[in-house]
Design a protein. Sequence first.
Length: 195
Amino acid sequence: MQRIEREVGANWKTLIDNNHECYHCAFNHKSLMQLVDYESQAVWSDDGITFSHEVKRKQLDNPAYALNPDELRQDSLFGFIWPTLIPLWFPGSPSAVLFQVIPNGPESSIARHDFYFLDTGMSSQEQDFVDYIDKVLVPEDVTLCESVQRGLRSRGYRQGKLIVDRSRPDFSEHHVHFFQQFVYQALLEAKAAVP
Ligand SMILES: [Fe+2]
């Protein structure tokens, strides 16, 4: 197992909102968009309790990390387990990533990624994969989440609007809506429990 961890200047719910849509991907994750195909090969599913999306790989030779055909045993599946656990499978060798969003204050979170591989010795493709998540993908999302947090703090912000179009999962935010409903329900239950 290999762990990468960093502190993010944003509330934990901001990080999970960010993870539940790919509206931001085309402009902010240019290398990811060549690794996986959100435009025509993404399937988003939910049953009211769990939700996930499955994405086919796009190009073996891509700027995120090159895929070796001999090691290619899985495509992508990105899930969510309420409240803060996000299991991730990326294209490549058999592996899994547990992404945990750990609340660390009203405007601070810990983003922890634990990587699990079949063998203790990592292949060069697996090391490139970890480096891509650590040095490219996570920093791209950290920049976005910290920017959103600054926006939430501004006196000009009241309420945002979500784009909900299930026929266009590449930019729909319906899973953000699901997550926010979970949060709302949890807050209602917490409030009702106060004597
Ligand atoms: Fe992102």
